[in-house]
Design a protein around this ligand. Structure first.
Ligand code: ADP
Ligand code: MG
Length: 660
């Protein structure tokens, strides 16, 4: 945050607010882009009808008077003189503006016009006069405590001191080719557009840069992978795998078998495997990965399974212990004692462990293997390109298998996972029952509680996702719901899980839930991805309308993991057409397509968690053409070996990927 200190008037309090907006340095600040623009064009009052929207500027005539309205609202009233007449203005719950609204000040009021009373019920007040051409006012995401005007001023100051500091990552020859504006110019325009044409040009320029850097990383990995071909011929014995499959308590689906074949082909080819298994929640990716591990182990290699959370690590560990007799497996997670860890390190080096399961610390720490052959990464979308690049930088050259439950239409997958081969599991295990999904509104809570009770009485378990409110209150919110449920379900055990808890506490709760010592688990959306508690048969989600469909699908996927009939209840404030899709299909691809159409890629297939796809301005779907161009040109830059001419680009690449 040092460079932020160059901006006058930023105190520690403001810094805290900015942190909440994920603004930590000057670059974050000037790339905190407006999410929309308010277009302010003076209304012609003579043409307005009663109740129309009005935008008008004028001068404050009277000191605003603040009074109480109903129980917990307030209203402020004052008069505004415009070129034509005097208007009465009232605005609700904006008491903090009172001290800025002083007699004689020029302001612009946006609101609803009441022709008969000659008054405006204002929705917004801006401290400026309108000009004859429409004004485009940037609207920023902000946080309580930091008003839009202040934030806007801080961004302006930030821009004014960063003139010579902004790094332009687009190579000059590409900039010339597209006649891009330069970066600093584009930033000025986007924060204060005077003209729509220029705004569009700036947007394209900034989006291109973001997508260019992203595709550069992917393409870099792609080239690197295709050149790493040495020593990967693994000689996996197919008969061992066939025999093992015979012992499974279920029959593998067609797609599971197909993917296993694809993997074995990779392993037994001279080329290094770098494959992504995409399959909907519950499609049975784990067993496919474990079978691949078995093949590797029997050919004399060690395997590592990397997962995003400890609880998932434990789950996989127990699976392996149960499935593979005579295979030496160990668990390496943050919460085990140092001494134990050291023992595991030693065993890994001495080839006394066949499969090691752990969080990504597994490959980041200085863990040495004896003969690492395969690394499996579960819930790949949780890891960024960053980790994709680093998996292979341990002196070892393992094959790599990724698993992801976020269904992405193929064209997009081929691009954003361009550095990998993709296998898809579409078929769902046939003895699984479809999850029954109900839509309920807040009025039906009694109903909901009854349905929950029915499941509890069968000794089944229930997940409840608590209503969403601001982060600070997350804990309160979960606890409030807990009290309600305690009253409703007196004889059952209720556990809570929220983001503010320590990892250890979370693990303890999850452990209890796994053991059926907790009947109802109330949580925010932190419910661990990939968790497989087959006795949990009900998922209740509050404020469902606030989630993307793909996220709802992922959450719903926590149930329906056995042959038991499972249920999902989506509770929304009002009836929602969009949510109906959830009752109509359980196909993740269909749902993600529908989500795409309805929301754009706002929460792109729920993969926003993975840092590097968290674009600030680009949008995978809407900007797909730009993405394709960025893909092509970044590849060309790499193939032509021109990257050395651009040290700043190289530095940026190095940030996420270890360059050789
Ligand atoms: P995901 O793809 O979401 O990671 P899992 O691998 O956790 O799904 O599998 C979900 C559940 O389905 C597990 O309990 C697993 O044992 C079971 N399963 C996997 N494959 C089959 C199959 N072919 N038939 C029946 N059950 C299966
Ligand atoms: Mg899984």
């Amino acid at each position: 945050m040092e460079d932020m200190d160059l901006i006058k008037g930023i105190g520690s309090r403001t810094k805290e607010y900015l942190k909440k907006l994920e603004i930590y340095n000057l670059n974050d600040l000037i790339t905190h882009y407006p999410f929309r623009y308010e277009i302010l064009k003076r209304s012609n009052i003579d043409e307005l009808n009663n109740g129309d929207k009005i935008i008008i500027d004028g001068m404050v005539e009277t000191t605003p008077v603040l009074s109480r309205f109903k129980r917990n609202m307030n209203v402020m009233r004052f008069n505004l003189s415009t070129t034509k007449n005097l208007l009465k203005v009232s605005i609700f719950n904006r008491a903090f503006l009172q001290r800025y609204i002083t007699i004689g000040k020029s302001i612009t009021v946006v609101g609803k016009y009441d022709l008969l009373k000659n008054s405006i019920t204002a929705s917004d007040i801006y401290f400026m006069k309108l000009t004859d051409t429409p004004t485009m006012l940037p609207i920023y995401k902000t946080t309580t405590g930091l008003n839009r005007k202040n934030l806007s001023n801080i961004i302006k100051s930030g821009l004014s001191i960063s003139k010579n500091k902004v790094i332009d990552y687009i190579p000059d020859y590409i900039s010339d080719q597209y006649s891009f504006l330069n970066k600093y110019e584009s930033l000025l325009v986007i924060h204060d557009p005077k003209d729509v044409g220029l705004l569009k040009k700036s947007l394209i320029r900034l989006k291109y840069e973001e997508l260019f850097l992203f595709m550069l990383k992917i393409n870099y990995l792609k080239l690197k992978n295709s050149s790493d071909t040495s020593g990967c011929n693994r000689n996996v014995d197919i008969s061992i795998i066939k025999n093992f499959i015979e012992t499974l308590p279920f029959e593998l689906t067609v797609d599971q078998k197909k993917v296993i074949k694809e993997i074995i082909n990779d392993l037994n080819s001279g080329k290094r495997m770098n494959r992504l298994i995409q399959g909907d929640v519950g499609s049975g990716k784990t067993i496919v990965a474990l079978i691949s591990c078995l093949g590797m182990i029997k050919s004399g290699y060690q395997c590592a399974i990397m997962v995003p959370t400890e609880i998932l690590a434990k789950q996989h560990y127990e699976n392996v212990v149960k499935l593979f007799k005579g295979v030496k497996v160990d668990l390496l997670i943050g919460s085990i004692k140092k001494k134990e860890k050291e023992q595991i390190y030693k065993k890994l080096e001495n080839n006394e462990i066949d499969i090691i399961i752990g969080t990504h610390a597994l490959i980041q720490e200085d863990v040495k293997f004896n003969n690492l052959g395969l690394v499996v990464t579960d819930e790949q979308h949780r890891f960024g390109v960053h980790q994709r690049g680093n998996l292979k930088n341990k002196g070892e050259l393992p094959d790599v298998l990724y698993m992801s439950a976020t269904p992405i239409p193929r064209t997009y997958a081929l691009t954003i996972y361009g550095d990998m081969d993709i296998s898809t599991i579409k078929t769902v295990p046939k003895d699984k029952k479809e999850i029954i999904t109900y839509l309920k509104t807040n009025k039906d809570i009694k109903d909901v509680l009854l349905i929950i009770k029915r499941e509890l009485d069968k000794n089944h378990q229930v997940y409840v996702v608590a209503p969403l409110i601001e982060d600070d209150k997350e804990k309160n919110n979960v606890n409030k719901l807990k009290r309600q449920y305690e009253i409703a379900f007196k004889s059952f055990n209720i556990g809570v899980l929220h983001g503010k808890m320590k990892q250890k506490e979370k693990d303890e709760i999850m452990d209890k839930f796994l053991k059926n010592e907790i009947n109802i688990l109330i949580s925010t959306t932190v419910i661990e991805v990939g968790i497989d508690v087959s006795n949990a048969t009900m998922m209740v989600i509050y404020d469902a309308e606030k989630f993307g469909l793909s996220t709802l699908h992922q959450l719903r996927g926590r149930v329906g993991r056995s042959t038991l009939q499972s249920y999902c209840i989506l509770i929304s404030k009002t009836e929602s057409e969009r949510l109906k899709i959830m009752t109509e299909t359980s196909d993740g691809f269909e749902i993600s397509e529908a989500d795409f159409k309805l929301r754009g890629s706002g929460d792109l297939f729920g993969i926003k968690q993975s840092g590097d796809m968290n674009f600030k301005i680009a949008d995978f779907k809407k900007d797909f053409k730009i993405l394709m161009q960025a893909k092509e040109e970044s590849m060309k830059l790499l193939e032509d070996k021109k990257i050395n001419d651009y040290p700043e680009i190289k530095k940026e690449l190095r940030k996420s990927i270890n360059l050789d």
